[in-house]
Design a protein around this ligand. Structure first.
Ligand SMILES: C[S@@+](CC[C@H](N)C(=O)[O-])C[C@H]1O[C@@H](n2cnc3c(N)ncnc32)[C@H](O)[C@@H]1O
Length: 280
């Protein structure tokens, strides 16, 4: 079962993670004291359809990463996929084509598995992790990211600045309690701070002299959402890379794709990969 291809940016995102993984394995090959783990929180089925028909397909990131064998493979692969059918498909491909890899596929929620990953890394101190978090929308809770604090994880994360957070921050500031709690869970900050960051409050009197308060959304809000998420990531990781900006066919920003790490060399590689080839 193939997943739908989102456009050129789907391919660009895959190429960024694969390029980074190659560089990562080249470096880690020099440090045999560390074991390497590839953690994919939204792994998919292993293939993505370019068209409605299932004929024109591209390999998903999971397969592209499993294919890398030089200078070394990852010592372990952990794929998380919440859709049971996709999980089975990915597992079947791994069984038939990559049976020699030390790979696990689980049918779970990524948030739970990020917490489990953090617990695992606190026990198994010699593991270094390349994690790829590729959700549709605002599924990843801030608490799941926060759990990774202080651990040896390089985290590529697709942040739904335009299609997720940007859509919930309505222009008139009239946001339901449900949407505020979604924003709070995602950003890890309280409603008051969200209001302060994104809205100007203007008090005035209406035509009949009654006091009213109007809310205006700050301009450039998508860039401000990106800046805020980067700031949040910087409370967990020492470094956050420049963003690769994913736009739809109308040129509107959908996502910012960034890498967070505690390692300065990793930051430099990520910035190098994101910038020259893929800048939009
Ligand atoms: C954007 S697609 C992943 C594409 C994949 N990374 C690739 O490059 O081939 C997102 C996937 O996440 C799965 N998913 C959605 N919510 C999830 C969750 N909470 N935990 C884990 N997987 C989830 C969906 O079923 C879908 O297959």
């Amino acid at each position: 079962m193939n997943q739908q291809f989102g456009g050129d940016w789907t391919q660009q995102k895959i190429e960024i993670v694969v390029s980074y993984a190659r560089a990562y394995l080249t470096i880690m090959n020099k440090y045999p004291q560390f074991r390497t783990l590839y953690f994919d929180g939204f792994a998919g089925s292993g293939s993505i359809s370019k068209e409605e028909s299932e004929i024109d397909t591209v390999k998903g990131t999971a397969i592209r990463i499993l294919e890398i064998d030089s200078p070394k493979t990852f010592d372990m692969y952990y794929f998380v996929e919440k859709n049971g059918a996709y999980k089975k498909d990915l597992e079947a491909t791994i069984k038939s084509d990559f049976s020699i890899r030390n790979a696990f596929v689980v049918n779970e929620d990524c948030n739970k598995k990020l917490i489990d990953l953090a617990k695992f890394l606190k026990k198994e101190r010699d593991f270094r992790v390349l994690a790829f978090i590729d959700p549709y929308g605002m599924v990843v809770k801030w608490s799941s990211i926060q759990a990774l604090s202080g651990l040896g994880v390089d985290l590529w994360i697709l942040v739904p600045t335009g299609i997720g957070v940007g859509r919930l921050l309505k222009n008139d500031g009239n946001i339901s309690d449900g949407w505020y709690s979604k924003l709070e869970d995602f950003l890890g900050i309280k409603r008051g701070e969200i209001k302060e960051r994104f809205y100007k409050e203007v008090s005035m009197q209406d035509l009949f002299g009654a006091d009213i308060t109007l809310h205006y959304k700050e301009s450039n809000s998508i860039q401000k959402i990106h800046a805020l998420y980067k700031e949040r990531l910087s409370t967990v990781f020492r470094f956050v890379s420049d963003a690769f900006v994913l736009r739809n066919s109308q040129n509107s920003i959908m996502y910012h794709f960034v890498m967070a790490t505690n390692n300065e060399a990793a930051l430099k590689i990520a910035n190098h990969i994101v910038k020259p080839k893929y800048k939009l």
